[in-house]
Design a protein around this ligand. Sequence first.
Ligand code: NAG
Ligand code: NAG
Ligand code: NAG
Ligand code: NAG
Length: 510
Amino acid sequence: MESAAAKQPFSSACIKFWAVVISTMLLILWVCAMQLATVDDKTMVPKSAFYFPNSFPPQRIYESNGYLIISPDGGLNQKRLWVRTDSNFQELVDTGTETSSGQTDRISDMVAIARYLNVTLVVPKFAHGKDRNDTCEFADIFDVNHFITSLRDEVKILKELPSEQKTKLESEPLYYMFPMSFASLEYYHQRVLPRIQKRGILLFAQTDARLANNGLPRELQRLRCRASYEALRYTQPIEETGRKIVDVLREKGPFLVLHLRYEKDLLAFTGCDEGLTEEEAAEVKQLRYSHDEWKCKPIDSKKKRRRGLCPLTPEDTALVLQALGIDNTTTVYIAAGEMYNKENRMAHLAAAYPNLVTKQTMLKPEELEPFIEHAHQMAALDYIVAIESDVYVPTFFGNMEEAVAGHRRYLGYKTTISLDRRLVFGLIDQYKNGTLMWDEFSLSVNKIHDDGRGKPARRTENPDHPVTTEAKRGKSKELEQAISIVGQKEKGIWSYSSCKIIRQQGRNGK
Ligand SMILES: *[C@@H]1O[C@H](CO)[C@@H](O)[C@H](O)[C@H]1NC(C)=O
Ligand SMILES: *[C@@H]1O[C@H](CO)[C@@H](O)[C@H](O)[C@H]1NC(C)=O
Ligand SMILES: *[C@@H]1O[C@H](CO)[C@@H](O)[C@H](O)[C@H]1NC(C)=O
Ligand SMILES: *[C@@H]1O[C@H](CO)[C@@H](O)[C@H](O)[C@H]1NC(C)=O
């Protein structure tokens, strides 16, 4: 330092100048950091999910009460996402209410529970249903190392059981149970923890067991958000490809993601045939009757639609977007599976919104190729674009829709227009039969969606949950059972099919 200064006699003014510049910059950085550190729910600026922290908090040291393995069934949608071709629709439609479907992320619930019980969580190994050919596992979709590391200050997560425990399971049975849905923390403390402590290892065979939504301590609530929206990150190839789409969209200006649920299997499952020709309706109905697990009974499409339990048709969607005042030059990215009768059904929407794009039109075939066979990964690409968009409009409810809406809230209350389908269908019908003029229609559509739009909202409480009374406990299917995994190693010990068979036995036996 000294010799450098000696060689440059005029540098001291320079040094002072730079010292001032640097300290000013540090001050600005500090102010920014403080603002970031103090942002609360109200002042949070919209963030991008592409932000990657470059350091993680230190590991939390605690005495583990045992191992909890979770084996979420029912496809990716039951975890954080959704698949479009599985019996999960059953759950959505059977419950009939938007608020009870998949509003929580099951993995993040399990993280919160593991934290609360001080147990070690074993990374979920996705189960595969017999009708699902997509054998993606957790690590094919999510960045496992990121998941483990970013939560290490709260809970210990392992990729697999330590070998000592695995060896143990070669001679002893593995115990599993079906925890109750929407149960409280108290339930997990009183009913589940003792079992983990007794057995050492416990498998949750069916993790649609969601934690009761209300009354959670704030720190666990935060942990659930962190787990869902920060720790669960897609693998690098998925993130990068999603980002590529987002970058191109951003260059063109603001964009809207339209989650247009109009796949053939959705129509078949819901039994909604509004706007279909007779042949189309027959085709869709036939598909419904070909699925064992779906309801093979007549569905009154009109009645269902009146209750808001049908997806919007592409034609209705165009009307609603126009009524909401979405400019026809807006880039509309359609997040969805394959549209039913795309050419015919999409014509109207495409005419109303000429800048209609999808991942298929935005990426080169070779860019999409690695994901194309995997519904989960394709859905993940849409998810990334959906959380980054300026406006998000889902046309039906489902786990993905709710996950995206939640994620967008987390990123700073980005605009989400969750359509009140029951009211919207009524208005559309009145507009179509001439009861309402366009201006009245538009005004009404706007009016019913003035509130909300992704703003903070209270969760709806389900008065029956958490189920705590002894009577209800008695009939629950939370039976703990043993499963021998001896000789099953080659199949992958948490294989779905074995769980499923045993689950049915459990049900019959109750
Ligand atoms: C979990 O560990 C914390 C200390 O880290 C302790 O205060 C708490 O009582 C433990 N809870 C259980 C259920 O073991
Ligand atoms: C499912 O996977 C099997 C085995 O990999 C394959 O032979 C079959 O064609 C696949 N079915 C579908 C519908 O993709
Ligand atoms: C978009 O809307 C403007 C009027 O707002 C209209 O002049 C124009 O023709 C529309 N373009 C398309 C493609 O519909
Ligand atoms: C128009 O449709 C609405 C909603 O379905 C209905 O209540 C109303 O009676 C209809 N009016 C006419 C004139 O058909």
